[in-house]
Design a protein around this ligand. Structure first.
Ligand code: PYC
Length: 306
């Protein structure tokens, strides 16, 4: 019987499942080449690790691998209920806490290869991790988008390791009790973006004032598989920082507290990218906790095994 060992954690409410033993052999090459192989040859593995009956649609998986670059601690491919992600902020925090749980790392800074680029993560001693994300930027400012009922909304398109449409002008209260309406609305926005010629944008991020006086903003982040992020979303917060930086609304080093739809927070700031003045290096700090160590079974006689 094939077995796969995973360790589960949650980062500010959003789960991460790290595959530590039994993942597919992806051969030689860069992490992007390995990611392509994972997508084309092992999609059944992705789905079986994440989706029911072994998991749930809200899980984000992390396939741990040897790095190509010797300066990196490891490589990782993040994946969800429908495909792979370029980068994942909450997942990187969960990965570091998992590696600490396994005794493989000590507090300090470590470099991690992802398909979106190399990121740096510092493990602290209080269950928190700081991630220096991939260079992030706003691509389109104030895009006007027609949705149903002849209504027009406005928002920005930005990259933070994944592509986001960021919108304040939605008219909803960002309350967990409204999650069904928020999900329906963000699906409609995503479809409108795709029809309008922006198929790469697969994350929709709505903003409102925060509920806590300690925070600067609250968000609802719709992910490609039709579920919402329980955390403030590391790559989504990075995209937000890129927009704020370009607007001149947040200075390098200034703290931004991003609150999620569940009320959890990430502490964020940014540095200028020394290699490109139009990009920033986001810095995101949040906490993760281990929730389970599990062996997944794949019985060859099980007709629904994958
Ligand atoms: O934290 O970057 C993130 C993320 C992406 C999708 C879910 N979480």
């Amino acid at each position: 019987m094939k077995t796969v060992q995973v360790i589960d954690s949650h980062t500010e409410g959003e789960p991460t499942r790290v595959v530590v033993v039994g993942g597919p052999e992806l051969g030689e090459g860069s992490i992007s080449e390995k990611c392509d192989r994972f997508v084309t040859e092992f999609d059944h593995f992705r789905s079986a690790v994440i989706n029911e009956p072994r998991g749930s649609e809200i899980l984000v998986g992390a396939l741990l691998m040897e790095p190509q670059s010797k300066e990196c601690l490891c490589g990782v491919i993040f994946f969800n209920n429908v495909g792979v992600l370029g980068m994942c902020g909450h997942g990187t925090i969960g990965l570091m806490i998992t590696l600490a749980h396994l005794g493989r790392i000590q507090p300090g800074r470590h470099m991690v290869e992802t398909p979106a680029g190399i990121v740096e993560a510092e493990l602290h001693t209080d269950h928190s991790v700081t991630v220096w994300n991939v260079p992030s930027f706003r691509e389109i400012k104030n895009l006007s988008l027609e949705i149903s009922g002849g209504k027009t909304i406005r928002g920005d398109i930005a990259w933070g390791g994944n592509w986001f449409f960021l919108c304040e002008d939605h008219g909803f209260e960002l309350l967990l009790s409204n999650q069904k309406e928020l999900t329906d609305f963000t699906i409609e926005v995503r479809n409108a973006l795709h029809d309008a010629g922006y198929p790469k944008v697969d994350h929709i991020e709505l903003f409102s004032p925060p509920s806590s006086i300690q925070a600067d903003s609250r968000n609802f982040v719709f992910c490609p598989g039709g579920v919402y992020d329980r955390s403030p979303c590391g790559t989504g917060t990075s995209a937000k920082l890129a927009c704020l930086a370009e607007e001149g609304k947040l200075k390098p080093g200034q703290t931004w507290i991003q609150e999620s739809i569940t009320g959890t927070t990430f502490q964020a700031s940014y540095e200028e990218d020394p290699r490109n003045k139009n990009r920033i290096i986001p810095k995101i700090r949040g906490k993760a906790f281990i929730t389970a160590e599990t062996t997944l079974f794949f019985d060859e006689q099980d007709p629904l095994g994958f």
